[in-house]
Write a protein that binds this ligand. Sequence first.
Ligand code: CMC
Length: 432
Amino acid sequence: MAQKTATLNLNNGSAPIELPILSGTMGPDVIDIRALHKQSGMFTYDPGYLSTASNRSSITFIDGEKGILLYRGYPIEQLAMHCDFIDVCYLLMNGELPTPEQKNSFDTIIKEHSMLHEQLVRFFNGFRRDAHPMAVMVGVVGALSAFYHDALDISDPDYRQKSAFRLVAKLPTIAAMAYKYNIGQPYVYPKNSLSYAENFLHMMFSVPSEEYVANPVIVRALDRILILHADHEQNASTSTVRLVGSSGANPFACVSSGISCLWGPAHGGANEACLNMLEEIGDVSRIDEYIKRVKDKDSNYRLMGFGHRVYKNFDPRAKLMRETCHEVLNELGLHNDRLFRLALQLEKIALEDDYFISRKLYPNVDFYSGIVQRALGIPTIMFTAIFAMARTVGWVAQWNEMVSDPDYKIGRPRQLYEGATMRDIPAAYSKR
Ligand code: CMC
């Protein structure tokens, strides 16, 4: 088939420029502008990457208009229904769902890597007790690079895989320890007889003096949260991981930077911000006041948990999380929960309001995930840490895909410079 091309006419007397058009297996075609600067001397301008595909990828696909999310081709709804988080980790890292034997050996490898070096455990003590768990995670995950000199050669696929196992395995331990440190309880070490989600709950909630058995409803709900947050193609934190990794930095440093990016309230920090917002609104009678605030251009106020750069009809993760929210609250006898009722009322009012309809602002996954996590007994400050734990597998899969690509280059955007033109320093300075 003939190569599709786009012709760019600059209307400045120069010859038209032919640019190749590339097609993926799904999704919009992309205009390959790599030769544009060489041929025209011009850059393109696209802050926030509104129209720019930054890389090729075979991991996750999103169709924002239709509300489709696929991991390696499988719809998120089917994965949430039929698989557990370990299946999804295997799928994201390897491209296919595991056979029972593959799953067993993958699960064993993850469990074998779940402990932390005792020296690393001491790092927690360096933080203030009231440090936010995300601050602790940025530091401790970054510090992992100081512990695994044996596998830092990123050109070796076996080392990359080992680092990926370590990260996926250790993130729950690090997140749970950050929490235990915050509340002043002893650290609880991982237990290999438990599933990934169950083990995390055990490390978060058990104490040495009592037996802890996790409620299966809570385990299932947490596992679903992990599946729904595992990857989301080139979102801000994943793009951060790729950009940091493009310089050849080690995967622990890359994931630490991903955690930093995720922390922001426009990204993963939205689940915590959403719960805080609901607490602040406090009562159904105050919703109108907050909707007015959103509409006031000078207030810069946003409803947390609403809107998405890519999903313009609905966020399929939000639909699943809403279902889980109902299930969990019913099963735990919390359906009259004050914040949940407030959230449902806010959702209803916003979905009927022209401000939200005209801007295609729908509840996103974070709108419901905070309410679910709160019902599971997870404190608000841990919400984004759990998101980071889930997203780690997506980060390492995307990082590994990038490093394995023979065409990968250091990420180096250009700019539209608007500062002072070249000038000489004042004479008074040259005399000094
Ligand atoms: N509440 C009120 N107005 C909003 C909101 C919101 N949550 N989000 C966007 N808008 C308005 C915005 O003010 C703008 O209005 P106007 O056209 O009058 O200037 C319009 O909608 C477009 O907004 P934008 O900022 O250009 O949209 P974006 O695609 O750059 O931003 C977003 C996407 C997710 C950052 C944004 O919707 C937002 O800040 N939402 C709240 C934070 C949030 O819930 N984030 C979690 C995202 S899902 C989890 C994840 O993947 O991280």
